[in-house]
Design a protein around this ligand. Structure first.
Ligand code: PGA
Length: 262
């Protein structure tokens, strides 16, 4: 596997936190603490409302932006929604299929698939979140769940488009707000291996080696190194800890040091 071609990616998902003013303050602090690094991409996902002001404030060589969600249609009578077409040019990435969206907003496999396609259609790289619940894990259904989520979500993409997609493995039971159990590196390694195997089955070896796979679930500055060290992991999707500039910059710093020592 050619690890070096896959640039490490650290994503901060701020979820429904921080006002526009608080978002600016966090960006200001992160800018001071995080140094640009050509082998690491740092992506921030503020609320929809804060995206535009944050975009005007960041050094775009240091930070990229992601949306946390968007609608699958490009325009139309969908009151209250924002489309990937509207986000085009503002964000480089779009988080799709986060477990909170799947659970609280009933996003089905098909809805996630349509959103992935909409992101790609609008030149936004999807960060597709996949992962099993605790019940599914206990029932031994982890691989089946990952299979179904991946196969459906990528259905409308060409192999080249899949190659540029990012998949985040986020076991639901490990996400801080859903219980925050600590995932063992061996379990993550197995899941990531299965994700690449699945992509290889569908789109071939070159695509499977190109696609970036992240881990997410209660990542903080203390465990980031161990997770980044797992074979096949290309970065982290950070929730709670990304709201704290000390913690998030320490995670980025950790990734930078690991890239240097590669
Ligand atoms: P957490 O969230 O780091 O707070 O567990 C991760 C996520 O939901 O993406």
């Amino acid at each position: 596997m050619v690890r070096s071609i896959r640039k490490k990616l650290i994503v901060g998902n701020w979820k429904m936190n921080l006002s526009v003013g608080q978002s600016s303050l966090l960006v200001h602090r992160l800018s001071k603490h995080i140094k640009g690094h050509r082998n690491i991409e740092v992506v921030l996902a503020p609320s929809l409302l804060a995206l535009q002001p944050v975009s005007l404030e960041i050094d775009h060589r240091k930070f990229h932006l992601a949306s946390q969600n968007a609608h699958s249609h490009d325009e139309g009578a969908y009151t209250g929604e924002v489309s990937f077409t509207m986000l085009r040019g503002l964000v480089q990435y779009g988080i799709v299929g986060h477990s909170e969206r799947r659970m609280y907003f009933n996003e089905s496999l098909d809805v996630v698939r349509d959103k992935v396609a909409a992101a790609v259609r609008n030149d936004i790289v999807p960060i597709l979140c996949v992962g099993e619940t605790h019940t599914e894990r206990v029932a031994g259904e982890t691989k089946q769940v990952l299979h179904d989520q991946i196969v459906t979500a990528l259905q409308q993409l060409s192999a080249d488009e899949v190659a540029d997609t990012v998949i985040a493995y986020e076991p639901v039971w490990a996400i801080s707000t859903f219980g925050g159990q600590v995932a063992k590196p061996a379990d993550i390694k197995e899941a990531v291996k299965y994700i690449r195997f699945q992509v290889e089955e569908l789109y071939g070896k070159a695509v499977a080696e190109h696609i970036r796979v992240l881990y997410g679930g209660s990542v903080d500055e203390n465990v980031a190194g161990a997770y980044l060290d797992i074979a096949g992991i290309d970065g982290l999707l950070v929730g709670g800890a990304s709201l704290n500039y000390h913690k998030f910059s320490a995670i980025v710093d950790r990734a930078c040091r690991m890239v240097h020592s590669d």
